[in-house]
Design a protein around this ligand. Structure first.
Ligand code: GLC
Ligand code: GLC
Length: 810
């Protein structure tokens, strides 16, 4: 069952019923000011940091869910309704919500009155614009009252939701005609406030929540709206809100538009005040002036659309399969940008109050957006590397505002260092910019400890010289990619963090997954050494990699698949000798991606075992059989009920590893089958089962052992976005950046007979036409570049070529 449809010509998903199984959201903003917006107008706004600089309040865990947003109450002939259906839930005559790239449009109608709301954050500004248009489609005049509504957050979202003894006293606003300023804490240490304005004369305003709603009422039936008259009350403490009342008289066929702006204003300390306790409004006035006509708002909207068209033009695919094209050209890349902007902070599953930037998560996110915004990727790499310790280990997380490491979580996640090599090597392959390796980058954020980035990569790799276990495999530390495989934790106290508890980081427990990474990213590091003249070092690195390869194919091989790990007692995890958790997905994907066992036939065996034991109709589960009881020696993984999250859920992040691994051994049909199983455009038809947005990847889909098999959770902020895009663009479609140029080596299903990929790369535009009339799955038979035949699959890079025509025959 579906709740809408894709409109590829506009790059939108059009939701046609407000009663989606879960709120289906979109993101507004691509620089500093961001908003979440659901298909019923719910969500909230923040500036840079969702925890510390939250402009509007959101209620979590509420009933009904998705409570609080930017709302417009339209009162027409005694009937009150919202264009987004919530919060009144008045049945609408028509409804649609179009989620587009950086904007959302509601189009609804009731009793011959049509309303549309266009919500977006303009490029280059710190505000959300809501353009509201009303049109009388009836045959008599209409006298309409409009009430807008937002609820302010007192900036720090955690404090706002907990520190009531203080916060109910601090709320302050200032008012001007058509403008409400939220200035809580501005009198003391803040030099920022929120401004909320509308570009038309208002009939009144409200700023105190209880006065607006009425005692014991909710946004679903505000008293002021019921009575039809704003109170002009100036909030003092309690809960400040922003609401305007507007009155419109519309003749048949007539329409009117208003522009509402919610903005963030920061003043230099010395320019905070106009007079005692009167805030300096100059910047706010300037902002409101930038959008004080519908024409100006429309120009800003157009600029936003152009921004996205231009950005997503960097990699485009034309082929017969519409679903594949829309994911590659629109939604997958869009989600990669959202993970760049949000990391793991703010979604409808991540509260925006918790996690900072993850070392491992952000490094992997890079893989998905480096081709779109290479300059920002460069900055991100430097930020991440600056939180590394001198011994090569790293803070697991850092704060987005201060960019310093998070002491509470500390370090000890032994996969982290290698992800830095992964991200940096992806950046250099994309850009050819080796100069980043000479960039001086601090250790532990201490400038005095700065060393060239190359030294950081070296220490990432060499970290494992002293971090190998009894089987000569890499030590796991607190956890590797699988945050829930906590082999040194042994927690039996409720509430303890599985990730930070433990007697030590453990001298025994080993990870075959990290060993696979060591081989893959060790080789990539050696490539960088060779390209920068460090040939001796490259040789040493390759020798160490070869030893690890050997350890993986011996101690790390279980007969039919790769072992997952060895625990603190050196017992295998993810082996046929285990009672539960006999086979895990991660080492099969990572080891084969690293090329381990391809020649020996182990790779194919491992992938066949994945198909036989882990595959389901909705995707590949993380492990089998699931853990039925809590294992002290394994940690959080066994804390989840079977089929959820890391305990045998379909963890979408690692499905593309298996798909990529299949391309390594040339099985294009299988690679594509795996790709499709978790791909939103292909699962749209089962939206009632899947429940999450059909245009975004979710972190997890409940596995076959769960009661709700096939149900997705944690949509949007997941490494799945980056890895699925890496998979489909570089391995299935096969257009892959290499240090020396661009590789064209598709591994596709035999049903794709023809495709054209347009790829911007280091200033050139490659138009790559692939002819697969033969119905092959892998292997280029012949390739010409601007009419000249070349050997192999690598198009050597030459600068300033303009458009390069590539013809490849499979
Ligand atoms: C979450 C974490 C990520 C981890 C994954 C598997 O998505 O953000 O760091 O790798 O879970 O445990
Ligand atoms: C929990 C989740 C895991 C996530 C981690 C982040 O362990 O199961 O997916 O990575 O929290 O701290």
């Amino acid at each position: 069952m579906k709740y809408g449809h894709f409109d590829d010509s506009k790059k939108e998903y059009v939701i046609t019923s407000p009663k989606t199984p879960l709120p289906w959201i979109n993101y507004l903003g691509c620089e500093s000011f961001f908003s979440l917006i659901s298909n019923t107008g719910g969500g909230y706004s923040f500036y840079k940091d969702a925890k510390l600089l939250r402009l509007t309040r959101y209620r979590y865990n509420n009933v009904p869910y998705d409570n609080n947003g930017r709302y417009f109450y339209i009162k027409d002939n005694g009937v009150t309704w919202n264009p987004g259906w919530q919060p009144t839930q008045t049945e609408l005559d028509s409804y649609s919500c179009r989620h587009g790239l950086g904007y959302t449009i509601f189009e609804s109608s009731k009793n011959d009155l049509a309303a549309s709301v266009t919500a977006f954050v303009p490029i280059g500004d710190n505000c959300e614009i809501n353009k509201l248009t009303l049109k009388n489609n009836g045959s008599s005049d209409k006298n309409i009252d409009i009430f807008s509504y937002i609820e302010f957050c007192l900036w720090n979202a955690v404090d706002d939701a907990s520190n009531f003894q203080r916060n109910l006293n601090t709320g302050e606003v200032e008012i001007e005609p058509g403008v409400i300023y939220h200035k809580t804490e501005y009198r003391e240490r803040r030099n920022h406030y929120a401004v909320y304005g509308v570009n038309a004369p208002v009939a009144g305003f409200d700023t105190d929540r209880e006065t607006f709603l009425g005692a014991y009422r909710s946004p679903s039936d505000p008293e002021v709206v019921e009575k039809g008259a704003a109170t002009n009350k100036v909030a003092s403490g309690w809960s400040p809100i922003g609401s305007f009342q507007l009155k419109a008289t519309l003749k048949p066929g007539e329409e009117v538009s208003y522009v509402f702006v919610l903005g963030y204003i920061e003043n230099p300390k010395e320019e905070k005040w106009e007079a005692l306790n009167v805030i300096n409004k100059k910047r706010a006035h300037e902002m409101l002036e930038r959008y004080n006509t519908t024409e100006k708002a429309d120009v800003a909207f157009k600029a936003l659309c152009d921004y996205w068209t231009n950005l997503l033009g960097k990699y485009t695919l034309e082929t017969e399969d519409d679903k594949l094209c829309r994911m590659v050209n629109i939604w997958n890349q869009y989600q990669c940008m959202v993970t760049f902007n949000m990391s793991r902070s703010a979604s409808y599953y991540e509260s925006g109050m918790g996690r900072g930037m993850g070392f491992r998560d952000s490094s992997q996110d890079l893989l998905g957006f480096v081709h779109l915004i290479p300059d920002k990727a460069r900055e991100r790499i430097i930020d991440i590397a600056s939180t590394q310790f001198e011994d090569g280990s790293a803070y697991h997380q850092y704060q987005p505002l201060t960019k310093t490491g998070n002491m509470d979580i500390g370090s000890g996640f032994n996969d982290d260092p290698l992800w830095l090599i992964a991200g940096t090597s992806a950046y250099i392959r994309e850009t050819g910019d080796f100069s980043i390796l000479d960039e001086m980058v601090p250790f532990d954020n201490k400038v005095e400890l700065a060393k060239p980035l190359m030294e950081h990569l070296r220490r990432s790799f060499n970290f494992f010289d002293n971090a190998k276990g009894p089987h000569k495999l890499t030590l796991i530390g607190r956890a590797d990619w699988n945050d829930c495989l906590n082999l040194n934790c042994f927690s039996d106290t409720p509430g303890e963090s599985f990730q930070t508890t433990g007697p030590s980081e453990g001298p025994v427990a080993e990870s075959v997954f990290i060993a696979g990474m060591y081989v893959k990213y060790g080789n990539e590091y050696a490539d960088l050494c060779e390209h920068t003249g460090l040939n001796d070092e490259a040789k040493e690195v390759r020798a160490k990699v070869a030893e690890m390869y050997k350890a993986v194919t011996t101690a790390g091989w279980d007969g039919e698949w790769f072992v997952r790990a060895y625990d603190a007692n050196s017992n295998p995890v993810g082996s046929k000798v285990c009672e539960e958790g006999q086979i895990f997905i991660e080492p099969q994907g990572m080891c084969v991606m690293a090329g381990i066992g391809v020649e020996e036939g182990l790779a194919q065996k491992a992938l066949d075992s994945v198909k036989e034991r882990l595959d389901t109709k909705y995707g590949i589960v993380l492990l089998q059989p699931p853990y039925q009881r809590y294992h002290l020696e394994l940690g959080e993984i066994s804390s989840y009920p079977p089929g959820y999250k890391e305990n045998a859920g379909i963890f979408c992040h690692n499905n593309p590893w298996i798909s990529i691994a299949e391309t390594v051994i040339g099985r294009g049909n299988r690679a594509f089958e795996i790709y499709k199983k978790t791909c939103p455009a292909y699962t749209e038809d089962i939206s009632d089962i899947h429940r999450a947005e059909p245009y975004a990847y979710a972190q997890m889909i409940a596995g076959k052992d769960a009661a709700n098999f096939g149900e997705a959770k944690n949509s949007w902020l997941t490494g799945t976005a980056a890895w699925t895009f890496t998979n489909v663009s570089q391995h299935i479609l096969g257009v892959r950046p290499h240090l020396d140029g661009l590789i064209v080596d598709p591994c596709i299903p035999d049903t794709i007979k023809e495709m054209t990929i347009t790829r911007h790369f280091r200033g050139n535009i490659y138009k790559i036409h692939v002819n697969n009339a033969a119905g092959s799955q892998k292997g280029i038979k012949k390739m010409t570049v601007n009419g000249k035949e070349i050997e192999g699959t690598l198009i050597p890079f030459e600068a300033n070529q303009g458009t390069v025509e590539v013809e490849a025959v499979m």
